[in-house]
Design a binder for this molecule. Structure first.
Ligand code: ADP
Length: 446
């Protein structure tokens, strides 16, 4: 039988990473590639001037080339000696990054639509067909991108197929067109509870573009022969469905039981909680992704580390935090925001940042801010419980704020729960866990 390894790849906003793990979750190799620079719009303009090609066309080809090159660079970065024991591969990509390709040639029919791109032109139509407050009713949803393309394009419509970034990269490896997962497909309108596309979507003229949908971490097929022989991957190397980058990061943290929460303390504060019940509330921007028989419930506040960075350098944060007594409650009550407006756990577009009064002593000031953010975190978990989610029992933390031991102690006191720092935070590690799942399920079904 021998040792088997599982390869996860993450295509994030700034670059691509890989992680190669064994069955126990130990990392055997990992690495990163920045996306090649030729993808930028400014660079495209220069290329346009040189090549005298339509700039839009150059721009589209540059993204595609950049992701594809990064994929093959990562396959080549995996140590040669380990490639023969790679049992499976899974990939995550940015949510709602959309590519429409021609099913006969495999060529892209337009430039990719990026995760944060908005197609407001499609919004009235999408709102008229989808249930009120559905997740597709946002200009940056995959469905708005699809409708926008459908309404502006006048050829190749019949043979077109829609893929998300992760689906497309996986397709380059397995060659079966039109396969996705229900995490990536949520924003195109897939119903993960029914495990099907809803009738209001299937009745649309562009429904033939929608990819078939599998659970994340499901075997799609084996690696294409030309690729595996070129790079030295084994004959039975499985290519498995992936997920979105933020779900992959959640999976990396290792919260596998209902009641486990992951708080990401980066520029903003985002919480994700594994729940047995699905919870949605558009007012607070709360929605759920399916994870097998459970739900990943999430909400994001505008508070977080960005406010800290406006006030203190990371070095100051470290020095000042060391002097905080986390067992003592701070009397200061703030609502740290970078700008006016909050969504979760309080929906108030007019909420003003509150960072006063500022005490003379910066240690006291920071203590007050960290404790106030911890109270917002606690309110977040309480709101999810009030909306019907499984109550949180334990919190794992990722992001720049997770290295602050004093903050962890403050949060334990305010939340009244055990809080710890995540051992693994890379989305690529989460994707590798999905690859492992796909390989194990496949072995069990053989
Ligand atoms: P991003 O969301 O931008 O990826 P990161 O996860 O890199 O953010 O975290 C960066 C944030 O972490 C910064 O806003 C910074 O203020 C915060 N941070 C850095 N060091 C500390 C610290 N010791 N304690 C609390 N917060 C910190």
């Amino acid at each position: 039988n021998g040792k088997k390894l599982y390869l996860g790849m993450d295509f994030g906003t700034s670059g691509a990473r890989y992680a190669l793990i064994d069955h126990e979750g130990n990392i055997h190799a990992q690495g990163k590639r920045d996306y090649p620079l030729y993808m930028g719009e400014c660079v495209s303009t220069v290329v346009y001037l040189i090549n005298r090609l339509p700039s839009k066309k150059v721009g589209k080809m540059e993204w595609i080339r950049s992701w594809k090159d990064s994929l093959f660079l990562l396959l080549d970065d995996v140590p040669v000696s380990l490639r023969p024991v790679v049992a499976s591969i899974a990939i995550d990509g940015t949510s709602a990054t959309t590519i429409i390709i021609d099913s006969t040639s495999g060529d892209p029919l337009c430039r990719p639509y990026l995760y944060n791109e908005s197609c407001p032109d499609a919004l009235p139509l999408v709102k008229s067909i989808a249930p009120p407050k559905h997740t597709v009713c946002s200009g940056s949803s995959t469905l708005c991108k699809l409708v926008s393309w459908w309404n502006s394009c006048d050829s190749s419509k019949e043979s077109a197929v829609l893929l998300h970034q992760a689906d497309w990269l996986l397709w380059l490896l397995h060659g079966k067109l039109g396969v996705s997962d229900y995490n990536n497909a949520l924003k195109v309108g897939y119903d993960p509870e029914m495990d099907s596309y809803p009738p209001w979507l299937l009745s649309q003229p562009y429904s033939h573009l929608l990819p078939s949908v599998q659970h994340p971490g499901t075997k799609i097929g084996c690696m294409k022969e030309d690729i595996r022989t070129q790079f030295g991957y084994p004959k039975d190397c499985l290519i498995c469905t992936g997920t979105t980058d933020s779900i992959a990061a959640f999976l990396a943290a290792g919260a596998t039981l209902p009641g486990k929460g992951v708080t990401s303390l980066g520029s903003t504060l985002a919480i994700k909680l594994l729940s047995t019940k699905r919870v949605e509330d558009a007012r607070y921007g709360v929605y759920s992704h399916r994870l097998d028989d459970k739900w990943l419930v999430g909400g994001a506040s505008n508070t977080g580390g960005a406010v800290l960075r406006q006030l203190f350098s990371d070095e100051q944060l470290k020095k000042l935090s060391e002097q905080i007594n986390p067992l003592e409650a701070s009397p200061l009550d703030y609502y740290p925001l970078q700008a006016v407006g909050e969504r979760f756990p309080m929906a108030d577009p007019n909420m003003e940042p509150r960072l006063h009064p500022r005490p003379k002593n910066d240690v006291e000031y920071l203590h007050g801010i960290l404790e106030s953010i911890a109270r917002i975190e606690a309110k977040g978990y309480t709101l999810l419980k009030d909306l019907g989610a499984t109550p949180v029992e334990e919190v794992i933390t990722s992001g720049g704020g997770s290295k602050n031991e004093k903050w962890i102690k403050i949060r334990e006191r305010v939340l009244g729960l055990p809080v710890s720092k995540a051992n693994q935070t890379e989305a690529a590690y989460g994707a590798a866990l999905l690859a492992m799942k796909g390989a194990c399920e496949n072995a069990a079904s053989d």
